[in-house]
Design a protein around this ligand. Structure first.
Ligand SMILES: [Zn+2]
Ligand SMILES: [Zn+2]
Length: 232
């Protein structure tokens, strides 16, 4: 940080400096050389004042004339909605102080994302895997689905197939550049029971021969086409 005692100048009290006698305050020195092509002028940074044009007559005792002191500062930063992993935010002037009252560096903040337990991100869209029971998928019903800003109720149509994707418009993440908002994509999965009681087994066994429980030709085609689209 800039030393507060000398306001970053490195000179005692912020005033104990004088115009550099070597360069008369210009910060550059001009050298004239005699060459076989005639006089050549070269300009270079003044070595006496390092181009600052002034020299400190009495150094600030708090910073040994450096103009900067080593200190940490805690600042609050504003995170724009829609930032993503790997993005870099630049806080102008919040980096290291420059010596002798120059322009401060910037603080670069690298964004890392924490995983959400139930939602994941696909660009500005948010994806949720909805695991339905066989009966809800067949009979339809209402289910509660998490979104990034609270839960919403979603209606499941009777006969909903696994692999179907429901899209809730604008329920994703806002674009960090403010070009629109992503969607919430609800991927439907159907949970097949892993264990069955005797009565559940006999109920399902009765349904096994029921004509609606066998996928017909048109259903097979529809599901095959949907499946093929996933590989496009
Ligand atoms: Zn100082
Ligand atoms: Zn000088």
């Amino acid at each position: 940080m800039a030393c507060s005692h000398c306001k970053g100048t490195g000179a005692d009290g912020g005033t104990a400096y004088e115009t550099c006698s070597t360069c008369k305050g210009s910060g550059v020195v001009t050298r004239v050389m005699n060459t076989i092509l005639g006089h050549m002028q070269t300009q270079s940074t003044c070595p006496a004042c390092n181009g600052e044009g002034r020299s400190v007559t009495r150094k600030c005792s708090h910073c040994s004339g450096e103009g900067i002191v080593r200190e940490e500062e805690v600042i609050a930063i504003n995170i724009p909605a829609g930032v993503a992993e790997g993005m870099q935010l630049s806080m102008s002037g919040k980096g290291n102080a420059a010596r002798h009252g120059g322009i401060n560096g910037d603080l670069l903040v690298l964004v890392e994302e924490e995983q959400h337990p139930e939602l994941f991100r696909d660009d500005n869209d948010v994806v949720y895997n909805l695991l339905l029971s066989v009966s809800t998928a067949a009979l339809g019903g209402n289910v509660i689905v998490p979104t990034i800003d609270g839960k919403v109720k979603v209606t499941i149509e009777p006969g909903t197939q696994p692999g179907k994707v429901l899209r809730l418009k604008n329920k994703g993440l806002p674009s960090v550049n403010r070009y629109g908002t992503g969607d919430l994509l609800i991927n439907i999965s159907v949970y097949i029971p892993e264990k069955l009681s005797d009565s559940e087994r006999s109920t399902l066994a009765k349904l096994e021969n029921s004509p609606n429980f066998q996928p017909g030709k048109s259903v097979k085609e529809k599901i095959f086409n949907h499946f093929r689209k996933m590989f496009d």
